[in-house]
Design a protein around this ligand. Structure first.
Ligand SMILES: Nc1nc2c([nH]c(=O)n2[C@H]2C[C@H](O)[C@@H](COP(=O)(O)OP(=O)(O)OP(=O)(O)O)O2)c(=O)[nH]1
Length: 129
């Protein structure tokens, strides 16, 4: 299971740009990663956000449906918030970060799986405005 965090603040979603591998470098994704043995999905998301962004998050409800990735893996997304709304996430493992508003969401070069989540991400962003 791969989990992704849809972190929303002030009507914008936090996206991060992959630095590797070369086939997907420059593409955008949600913070997150693999759920390790013994971890719950929210625990994995909180750990990944500390590792990738240096911030603490609170994990909320699921967003959209599971998206099948390669061999036996699926991507599952949860809504999230920064514990400290003034915290400044940092691109510790990525090329860059961006807070994306609803109008800019479709213009990013997302990973293919994330494209399937765009309608649900729009709903999430528009629902918090
Ligand atoms: N974190 C994250 N991963 C995503 C998203 N969309 C998507 O297809 N993925 C894929 C890319 C990777 O194949 C996998 C997560 O890989 P990762 O690089 O974050 O974690 P990892 O090191 O444990 O993965 P891996 O190298 O073993 O494949 O999920 C997304 O929005 N967020």
């Amino acid at each position: 299971m791969i989990v992704g965090a849809a972190i929303v603040r002030g009507g914008a979603l936090l996206a991060q740009q992959r630095a590797y591998p070369p086939e997907v470098a420059g593409r955008w994704e949600l913070p997150g990663g693999r759920v390790e043995p013994g971890e719950t999905e929210p625990e994995a998301l909180r750990r990944e956000c500390v590792e990738e962004l240096g911030v603490e998050i609170t994990v909320g409800d699921r967003v959209g449906n599971d998206v099948p990735l390669r061999s036996n893996l699926v991507l599952r997304v949860y809504a999230a918030r920064l514990v400290d709304p003034k915290a400044r996430p940092k691109a510790l493992e990525h090329k860059g970060l961006r807070w994306v508003t609803a109008s800019a969401l479709d213009g990013l070069r997302w990973l293919p799986a994330d494209l399937e989540l765009l309608p649900a991400l729009h709903e999430l962003l528009e629902g918090v405005n």
